[in-house]
Design a protein around this ligand. Structure first.
Ligand code: LMR
Ligand code: MG
Length: 393
């Protein structure tokens, strides 16, 4: 089953919370009639440069054309040479590898008539609990609208949130205190996420305050980027489990061997697809560490891939973060992934289990407004420039 053609389709979709994100859908054709779809998810993060898409498409055709689509190991080995680990949270290389890895898993699954989790060895669970994000508040003005968002999401069945903290501690405290008053017993907090904004001691001090205000399952990214020693210090001083995004396999080893985390936050968008995630989960298993599956906020194809990974993961101790299909107001698939009461359900149809609406995709690509770079507050905080305090960003 030789790869014949790789095509890239840029699209942009707005979120309910105000910003719009750019993504690239990947179509791979192989053999006589096999097709698979993948996704490079949410390209609207720092660093602020973008792909040259025609160039990337040419390069991928050069690299993959004529290769056996079933030989995932060989293709991955080739890809990692040309798109190496970049060592930061929004690695463009990781996204390229994710796009190809997802499309090939989809293609092989369809060719075999089996869901992708079967290609990963089978299914241990049919759903994963996930949380809805409350984005970082820069002013106390944002507390009331965010509490309202929790209430709205609760009516849709979401009883789990995560909260981005650390930009304005007064706003964080107000939110967490009022959250407990209003939602205790109804909605849980999966994580308080510092996004590497504070040094470990400031995070530790903030957590002492937060501990008095609310209950939560874990703390994420409580030290500056790459500060493994800082994370280890924080972990020794806090009661709750500590998690960090893993950037590449060796980084996972570094975090675990330094005693810096209890939980590896594992994500296909960052590690470069499903195979890379499976290796990371094995590493966590070897270290007797925990795993959660994180997100950049994927579209439906990327979220379906996460669901298949969750189905097959040998270690998966905490809820995940994949709520992209809830955040985005549009997508190019005919049958979105399904959620049930804060759970992402594992699709059962062959491949990733979704059908791309190619007509709609064409229109979305033609109309895609590549707004990258015009909304700086949105790039950093994931909330709209029109919110009350964005200008202070
Ligand atoms: C998002 O786009 O909402 C997330 O990737 C935010 C983040 O940086 O965790
Ligand atoms: Mg993102």
């Amino acid at each position: 089953m030789k790869i014949k053609h790789v095509q890239l389709f840029p699209i942009a979709t707005p979120r309910q919370t105000g910003i719009a994100n750019q993504h690239v859908l990947v179509k791979i054709e192989a053999g006589d009639s096999y097709v698979g779809w993948g996704e490079m998810s949410d390209l609207s993060h720092v660093p602020m440069y973008q792909f040259d898409l025609p160039e990337l498409e040419r390069m991928l055709n050069q690299l993959l054309g004529g290769k056996d689509a079933r030989n995932l190991a060989k293709i991955e080995d080739d890809l990692i040479r040309f798109y190496p680990d970049e060592g930061h949270m929004y690695s463009r290389s990781g996204l390229v590898r994710q796009g190809v890895d997802l499309a090939l898993h989809d293609l092989i699954g369809r060719a075999e008539g089996v869901p992708v989790y079967d290609l990963l060895g089978g299914k241990l669970r049919d759903r994963m609990r996930v949380c809805y994000p409350i984005f970082r508040m820069r002013s106390v003005d944002e507390v009331a609208p965010n509490l309202q968002r929790v209430a709205d999401k609760l009516t849709q069945g979401f009883d789990l949130i995560r909260v981005y903290v650390g930009a304005n501690l007064a706003a964080d405290e107000l939110f967490l205190g009022q959250f407990t008053d209003r939602f205790k017993g109804q909605v849980e907090i999966k994580s308080l996420d510092f996004s590497n904004l504070l040094d470990w001691r400031r995070s530790a001090m903030a957590l002492e305050r937060f501990d008095e205000l609310c209950d939560y399952m874990l703390v994420e990214s409580g030290a500056p980027r790459n500060d493994i020693e800082g994370l280890a210090q924080l972990r020794r001083r806090t009661r709750r489990p500590s998690s960090e995004h893993v950037l590449h396999l060796h980084h996972g080893w570094q975090l675990l061997s330094a005693g810096a985390v209890d939980i590896l936050n594992v994500s296909p968008y960052l590690l470069g697809g499903l195979r890379a995630c499976e290796r990371m989960i094995a590493l966590a298993e070897a270290a007797r560490a925990s795993v959660l599956i994180g997100t950049t906020q994927e579209l439906n194809l990327g979220t379906a891939a996460v669901a298949h990974l969750a189905a097959a993961a040998r270690v998966l101790d905490y809820p995940g973060d994949s709520t992209g299909p809830h955040l985005y107001t549009d997508d190019a698939v005919k049958n979105p992934v399904r959620y049930e009461k804060s759970h992402l359900l594992v699709p059962e149809a062959p491949g990733l289990g979704l059908e791309v609406d190619e007509e709609k995709l064409k229109t979305m690509t033609a109309e895609a407004k590549w707004t990258f770079g015009v909304d700086l507050a949105g790039v950093l905080d994931r909330t709209a420039a029109t919110r009350p305090s964005a200008q202070q960003g």
